[in-house]
Design a protein around this ligand. Structure first.
Ligand code: ZN
Length: 211
């Protein structure tokens, strides 16, 4: 199974000896210490007044892969973006429901404010690629999951899967037609994000169609 070689079963968590003082602390303990430092800064006070109007008018969808953390990729600060994350960065019913709710709030509560852009981001070397392996997939199907859905979820080439997901958002009538939707591919080797689908909205498409 060639694809599996990039995902070894055992990944070393540290590259050197663990410092004496850190041996009794779990990784989460370290995060909780960091949280105390964070709470003491002014970052929590430099946030948007209205949570569905982020500082940058973007709503990002990325994979849950820790290498694809949008805060790092786009140098985002607290409050800069709305972020959704799914396996593969795939558009799911739950993603559409959340987007529908936020777009509804925007329409009702802040109708005069500019709209955010919804951005679908798939990436290279995605773990969902393993779903293309029939043998591996069969074991998971045996646990009650749908084979065709799993097969469709695999991201083998972001340029091939992004357009369909962008289209799925554009066709979701529960989502406001004013939301611009775009699609991008992230290359984990270069760190670069490139556009696959230029931003368009359902209403913009409708307004240029004759009749
Ligand atoms: Zn991924």
């Amino acid at each position: 199974m060639a694809g599996a070689r990039r995902f070894p079963a055992v990944v070393p968590l540290t590259t050197g000896p663990v410092p004496e003082h850190a041996r009794d602390m779990s990784d989460l303990d370290h995060l909780l210490v960091a949280n105390r430092r964070f709470a003491a800064t002014g970052a929590k006070d430099r946030v948007p007044a209205i949570p569905f109007l982020p500082t940058r008018q973007v709503y990002l969808l990325t994979c849950i892969d820790p290498r694809v953390d949008p805060a790092a990729l786009f140098e985002l600060d607290l409050g800069d973006a709305i972020v959704a994350r799914t396996v593969g960065g795939r558009v799911t019913d739950a993603v559409l429901d959340d987007l529908a709710w936020i777009s509804y709030l925007h329409e009702v509560k802040t109708p005069d404010e500019p709209w955010f852009e919804f951005v679908v981001i798939h990436h290279t070397d995605c773990g969902t690629g393993l779903m293309a392996d029939p043998e591996l997939r069969a074991g998971f199907v045996a646990r009650g999951f749908d084979d065709a859905t799993l097969q469709r979820t695999a991201v083998l080439d972001p340029a091939r899967t992004v357009p369909g997901d962008v289209q799925r958002v554009l066709e979701a009538t529960t989502v406001s037609g004013d939301v611009a939707v775009s699609g991008y591919a992230y290359d984990v080797a270069t760190g670069l994000v490139t556009q696959v689908v230029a931003p368009t909205s359902r209403n913009a498409v409708r307004s240029v169609q004759p009749g």
